[in-house]
Design a protein around this ligand. Structure first.
Ligand code: SF4
Length: 678
């Protein structure tokens, strides 16, 4: 048996684990004792992360759809067809008739290559990936405030915080190893926890203050906290004067957000607003932790910018155990953004509209005319495919039929696109619409790097070979580029791709595979001798001075009415991951949570005469699903929660395609639904 150190495929914690294999199959996984995140522990997904790789339903050969059926094809046939079709659309309808969806499950190197393929070979900026659906608001909101859209501090710093404000993050379920750091901080070191979340999450039980706001009212309660902090003179005058700009504008906007006014909007008792403001502001080391409960709103950028205001007004940023800490969802969603799989930036967030940046990439890639028009986002790409504007769509490792809002709309659009390529490890719901399916490799079958939520760039290592004829995703992308006649994507190993990415990406400038041994390094790492950066914005913000960006409360896109009288919010659970293509092939995880359900408050269940475990129909203006009820006190009266993992009752059939105007992130966290007994 061999054992190889690698990085977990599931969440953004980025735990280090050993995969065990007999040379052909994976037979187990166990944690690295010395890895700074895992420290000898994994959550249940990590322990079982080896199992899905051996599943007999893996895609093992390219497939081409003929007369509505998938037929086995050779790599030659499949790749020639992809290149022929994409070249034809480019020549006939222009480069922007093509679009590419990259993947937060694949490596940094593969995301870098996907954006190189889109930009250098097919000359379009129509490239995006699922970060649009989870943390696009973080990138936009924190960039406005600080100049950098990443987690400001490090995972291990939670244990030394005096106060931790957790909002919009079911941390123990979705980032379990970070959840355990927070529990350690409270239980072992006496940290005080403030939890503000519409769901009564596990951490609420150990919180000093727990408040349950109405869904979609975050700007109001954050402004309320800032109001109290200013009113009671708890703000950090020196920090504000020396390191920030725009305080007087903030002061003016928040002066309306008295605790009484905030209580009316949010349903948080005014006493709790005052108590939380005092607790957060008075501590020396206060950390903010948030996730998609904050970002997945039509006001996602406003929510994030408001949290940044809160940290700056108290000076709780730029020091150990402070900061604004977005927990990135997928294993490599941070890295996919860093690598430039976004429609407006190259790797390292260098703008496609900047002429000097464009020239740098043209020179390095030996091409002319890189596109400078900002491309389409995920949801825009899907809609444009439905409108016939996108003729050729390439989806690598994503499953928008289950993960994107308004699934029926997504299905309609994908059925209309002229030519769809799906590259994946399983036949997903999205792959069923494909014209060509290319079998990719799982995380244990290739080399590369992931970047976790604390900006730690770390290695994944090849343990076994991909099944059948499947290939590493980077190899497939290189073959496609080569078949178009482009000579600049001929790599022998992913380390060469990282070397190229580092040479073009200042924050990765000093990174190479040797430097990443054994447990990775946190960017910015601009030079070869740089030790990496655990804490951002120490002496000054990335953009110089931090900017207060005051925001007023705006209602969610869809409100309840007499017919659609429940608020629906969606999210993840501990046992499953994303669209469940891997976790439903993992026996322990599937056994613990095998079917879809909806959380409902006891009182609502009683009023509607619905028993626990009874099947009900939940409908929005976009569709209906049938699933079992879990009655309890996790959600407040009038609110429902449905995990979005289950294709059998896909929550995204119900969600609304309303997006934040800046980040274009959909409002997964609020829509109006009705409930019927069946
Ligand atoms: Fe994997 Fe996240 Fe669990 Fe760690 S906490 S083992 S990275 S799923």
């Amino acid at each position: 048996m061999s054992r190889v150190l690698t990085t977990c495929i599931y969440c953004g914690c980025g735990c280090g684990l050993y995969l065990v294999s007999d040379g052909k199959k994976l037979t187990g996984a166990y944690p690295s004792r010395n890895h700074p995140v895992s420290r000898g522990a994994l959550c249940v997904k990590g322990w079982n992360s080896y199992e899905f790789s051996n599943d007999l339903n893996r895609l093992t050969s390219p497939l081409i759809k003929k007369d509505g059926k998938f037929i086995l094809a050779s790599w030659d046939e499949a790749l020639e067809l992809v290149v022929k079709k994409f070249k034809h659309y480019k020549d006939t309808f222009g480069s922007d008739s093509l679009a590419f969806l990259s993947s937060a499950k694949t490596t940094n190197e593969e995301n870098f290559l996907m954006m190189k393929l889109a930009r250098a070979v097919f000359k379009t900026n129509n490239i995006d990936h699922c970060a649009r659906l989870c943390h696009a608001s973080t990138i936009a909101g924190l960039s406005l405030a600080f100049g950098s859209g990443a987690m400001t501090n490090s995972i291990n710093e939670f244990e030394d915080a005096e106060v931790i404000l957790v909002t919009g993050s079911d941390t123990t379920a979705q980032h379990p190893l970070i959840g355990s750091r927070i529990i350690n901080a409270v239980k072992d070191k006496g940290a005080k926890l403030i939890v503000i979340d519409p769901r009564r999450i596990q951490l609420a039980d150990m919180a000093a203050i727990y408040a349950q706001p109405r869904c979609g009212t975050d700007v109001a309660w954050i402004n309320g906290l800032i109001y109290v902090i200013i009113e009671e003179n708890l703000y950090d005058r020196k920090f504000i004067e020396e390191r920030t700009e725009g305080f007087s504008e903030l002061k003016k906007v928040v002066e309306d957000y008295t605790p009484e006014f905030v209580e009316k909007i949010t349903a948080i008792p005014k006493e709790k607003i005052i108590e939380a403001a005092r607790l957060y502001a008075k501590a020396r080391k206060s950390m903010i932790v948030y996730s998609m409960g904050i970002t997945q709103h039509t006001t996602g950028v406003d929510n994030v910018a408001s949290l940044a205001n809160l940290a700056m007004v108290t000076g709780h940023i730029g020091f150990e155990s402070t900061g604004v800490n977005p927990l990135r969802g997928q294993n490599n969603v941070q890295g996919s953004c860093d690598a430039g799989a976004l429609p407006d930036v190259y790797s390292g967030y260098q703008k496609v509209t900047d002429e000097n940046v464009k020239m740098k990439f043209e020179q390095a890639w030996n091409v002319e005319d890189l596109p400078s028009k900002i491309g389409l986002t995920v949801t825009e790409i899907i809609s444009a495919a439905g409108d016939g504007k996108i003729k050729g769509l390439y989806i690598m490792g994503e499953n928008p039929v289950i993960s994107d809002p308004d699934s029926n709309h997504v299905r309609k659009c994908l059925s209309k696109v002229e030519f769809l390529v799906v590259q994946d490890i399983f036949l997903t719901d999205t792959a069923e619409y494909a014209d060509v399916i290319l079998p990719g490799a799982g995380f244990a079958e290739k080399d590369g790097t992931f970047t976790n939520t604390e900006r730690r760039v770390e290695r994944i290592r090849k343990v076994i070979s991909p099944p059948g004829q499947a290939k590493a995703d980077w190899e497939i992308l290189c073959e496609i580029a080569g078949r178009t006649g482009y000579k600049g994507m001929d790599y022998k190993h992913p380390s060469e791709i990282m070397d190229e990415m580092a040479s073009l990406t200042p924050v990765y400038g000093g990174i190479n595979y040797d430097k990443l041994e054994p447990y990775g390094i946190q960017w910015p790492c601009p030079t070869k001798d740089h030790p990496g950066t655990p804490i951002l914005h120490k002496e000054k913000f990335t953009k110089g001075k931090g900017t207060f960006t005051p925001r007023t409360y705006i209602q969610p896109a869809e409100s309840t009415d007499d017919e659609y009288n429940f608020v629906l919010t969606t999210g993840r659970i501990y046992w499953h991951w994303h669209t469940r293509t891997m976790t439903n092939r993992t026996s322990t995880l599937e056994r613990e949570s095998p079917e879809p359900y909806v959380e409902m408050n006891y009182e609502d269940a009683q009023n509607l005469q619905i028993r626990d475990d009874q099947l009900i129909k939940v409908s929005s203006r976009r569709g209906s699903i049938i699933l079992k009820v879990k009655a309890g006190n996790i959600v407040p009266k009038g609110t429902l929660f449905i995990p979005f993992h289950y294709r059998e009752a896909a929550a995204n059939i119900l969600t609304i395609l309303a997006v934040d105007p800046v980040a274009k992130i959909p409002e997964y966290k609020v829509c109006a639904v009705k409930v019927e007994r069946i």
